[in-house]
Structures are given as structure tokens and as C-alpha cells.
Write a protein of this length. Structure first.
Length: 224
């Protein structure tokens, strides 16, 4: 049985021939967003039904964070987590029907509702608790980016095929240079993640290496 993954080159060429997949490139004022690397999503013991092994994307995200934290001026670094109150009155019952696992781990104040400590979040780095897949929906993210003059959003975190992709769509629609370093995003399923990376690269941003992002940040520091 042929799957879409077997047709990956054919799909990419199909859209390239129709002039998809141009480069949006980098701007001059970046921000870095780290999506949903909370314990509910980074638990690899099997205790959290939402969890997966995110060791590699966290390690690559840290490469970007460590460099950004040394920059002067330091670019905005924004973390997000998704969680709901204990009665789930702040989320549609329909969403809980679709993803019932949210009721097990996405609860404010629970042991899962904490950033993975490996991220080493600093006091001046914003944490946004959100309710939707896109980090822009119902959050102050747009205000933060506009207020800081940001023109480039570097997106890391999880899941590649869900919240990362949804955030990339809204980022490009807001006119931002949208950058997804592929080693710094993660998912539970490699095939779904691969398709999401292809789709984002063709339509919603530039899927590039973490090293390319590091080189860009280093270049900004030199030019500053």
C-alpha cells in the first residue's frame, strides 16, 4: 500500500511547479517562541497520555535559547503551555470529546502543568498559558511582538503537526518572517511530523536547520 510518505518527493515537486515554497527569509528583529514543552508533553515514561520523547527537540531548542540569552539586546523569548481550570469551564466540551486526554493532564496547577525544567526559563522570559492550538488565539502574543518591534518569529516546541503548524499559519498571516528549525520541533508521530514540516515549508514559513538559525542570530549580534 502506497502512503503519502512514499509520495513525498512527488508532492513537493507538484507544489514547487505551481510556485509554492518560496523563501520568506529572516527579518531584523526576532523573537523565539517555545511551544508546549510542559511536562504533560515531554513525559516519556508513559504516565502522561500526551507525552512523547522530546529530548532531541529540547536539546536543539536549548542551543537557540543559550545563544539568544547572551545577545544584547536580548530578543523576546516566550514560552507557552496549554491548560484549563479544574472544572474545564474554560474549554468547549466538543474539544474534550475530540481529545479526552486533555482532561487527564491539561489541568492548571497539576504536576503536568509545568515547563520542563531543562528549558531553564529566566525571569524576563514570558510564559503564556493558552487554551487553543495557535499561540496567537486569545493570548497577548501579538501585542508582545508588536510592542517589541518583532518582524521574525522563530518557532520551536511541540507538536509539529498541531500547535507548531497552527502557530506558523497565524504568524505568516500576521506578516511575520516565520522560521521553523526542524530539529527544534517534535511530535509523537514521525510521519505526521514530516508531512507538517513539508506543508509548512511550502505554505507557511521556512523550515530550516537549527544551525541556520544560530548563524542568523550570530550575524545580528555582529552587526549590532
Amino acid at each position: 500500500m502506497t502512503t503519502w510518505i512514499d509520495r513525498y518527493p512527488q508532492i513537493k515537486n507538484f507544489y514547487k511547479e505551481r510556485h509554492y515554497g518560496g523563501r520568506c527569509g529572516f527579518g531584523k528583529a526576532p523573537a523565539i517562541i517555545v511551544i508546549d514543552f510542559s511536562l504533560a508533553w515531554t513525559d516519556k515514561t508513559g504516565e502522561s497520555p500526551m507525552g512523547a520523547n522530546m529530548d532531541e527537540p529540547i536539546a536543539y531548542t536549548l542551543k537557540i535559547l543559550h545563544l539568544a540569552r547572551k545577545m544584547k539586546p536580548k530578543p523576546p523569548i516566550i514560552f507557552t503551555c496549554i491548560s484549563y481550570n479544574a472544572t474545564f469551564s474554560d474549554v468547549s466540551p466538543v474539544k474534550l470529546l475530540k481529545v479526552p486526554a486533555l482532561k487527564e493532564v491539561a489541568v492548571e496547577g497539576s504536576k503536568w502543568d509545568k515547563l520542563d525544567p531543562r528549558l531553564e526559563r529566566q525571569a524576563d522570559e514570558t510564559l503564556i498559558r493558552k487554551k487553543k492550538s495557535s499561540r496567537f488565539w486569545g493570548t497577548p502574543l501579538t501585542e508582545i511582538l508588536v510592542g517589541n518591534g518583532v518582524d521574525t518569529l522563530i518557532i520551536t516546541g511541540c507538536s509539529t503537526d498541531a500547535c507548531v503548524r497552527c502557530t506558523a499559519i497565524d504568524s505568516l498571516d500576521l506578516g511575520l518572517h516565520t522560521i521553523i528549525p526542524y530539529e527544534a520541533v517534535g511530535s509523537r508521530d514521525p510521519e505526521q511530523a514530516a508531512y507538517a514540516l513539508l506543508d509548512m515549508d511550502l505554505r507557511f514559513g521556512d523550515v530550516i536547520s537549527t544551525q541556520d538559525v544560530l548563524d542568523y542570530l550570530k550575524g545580528l549580534q555582529k552587526s549590532g
